[in-house]
Write a protein that binds this ligand. Structure first.
Ligand code: BTN
Length: 284
């Protein structure tokens, strides 16, 4: 059990709190509980305090020859990156900010481009099945809870001339933030697991469980491709069947989200009935 029910978070907390398994919880009103992930380099987990971006750390580790599934996790990112060139708010000690190195065997010709949808579908499924939280995926890879964003993933595909390339999959999850932890405008769009469930989460346990779940999923993806995950994504989608507005650098388009293709593209029917296959942009 990772989460324990906490009635109120603040200075009025009783001194001792236990979770459902009887384990004592750390208090949130003193300082954020830091991750307990030191000395795990032998398992290829690299734990940092403050970094620019864990995606950049993985690129540096990859250049030094780090193996498949090497993972960089940080308490805080000062240049956290989001999709479409945005920044990602990554304050200290509250969420999970980590990136994994993926070195797929490309000899089996699997189409790797939907990897970011794989990550989102697997995370939504994990939160639903393990924590009973109704997390949904908004195309392509936003994780939503109660209509607000609790997480996102950013995948970078790195090609190297004459050598096998690799992927960096970066994951940002809002875990123990309270409302006050989100700056003004973000407060309207973002939320955390703690805010939605009233539970306090042990980020270390959560991180280790999620990393294991993702590793298993990536192994399956790189051997069988997207079909099993296309099904999972569709199962947890908040997008399909909805009237949506697609926004991209060239403009916007209103339409109905009909389906997800076997490559992870959105099939969008515009107001004239024409069906577009979309692989870039965001739904606003
Ligand atoms: C999005 O825009 O939805 C994607 C956000 C991805 C954020 C994560 S946090 C860990 C990793 N490092 C980064 O700089 N970005 C990703």
């Amino acid at each position: 059990m990772v989460g324990g029910r906490v009635k109120k978070i603040g200075k009025t907390l009783p001194k001792e709190l236990i979770d459902n398994s009887g384990k004592q919880l750390e208090r949130l009103d003193t300082k954020p509980a830091l991750l307990d992930l030191k000395n795990l380099e032998s398992k290829n987990i690299y734990y940092f305090g403050t970094v620019d971006s864990t995606n950049l750390i993985i690129r540096r580790l990859a250049a030094e020859g780090a193996p498949n599934f090497s993972t960089a996790v940080a308490e805080e990112q000062q240049e956290g990156r989001g999709r479409l060139g945005r920044s990602w708010f990554s304050p200290r000690g509250t969420g999970l900010w980590f990136s994994m190195l993926l070195r797929p065997d490309i000899s089996n010709r699997i189409d790797i481009t939907p990897v970011t949808l794989v990550t989102a579908a697997v995370l939504a499924n994990y939160f639903r099945e393990v924590h009973n939280l109704p997390v949904l995926v908004k195309w392509p890879n936003d994780l939503l809870l109660s209509g607000k964003k609790i997480g996102g993933t950013l995948t970078e595909i790195i090609g190297i001339p004459d050598r096998p390339g690799y992927l960096v999959t970066g994951i940002g999850l809002n875990i123990n933030q309270q409302e006050i932890d989100f700056p003004g405008e973000l407060r309207l769009r973002a939320t955390s697991l703690a805010l939605e469930s009233g539970n306090f989460y042990n980020r270390t346990e959560l991180f280790l469980a999620i990393k294991e779940t993702l590793e298993k999923a990536y192994r399956l993806f790189f051997s069988e491709g997207f079909p099993p995950f296309q099904k999972l994504w569709k199962k947890h989608s908040s997008t399909l069947g909805q009237d949506v507005t697609l926004s991209w650098t060239g403009g916007t388009m209103r339409g109905k989200a009909l389906d997800l293709s076997k490559h992870g593209e959105l099939l969008l029917q515009d107001e004239q009935g024409k069906i577009h296959t979309v692989n870039y942009g965001e739904l606003i």
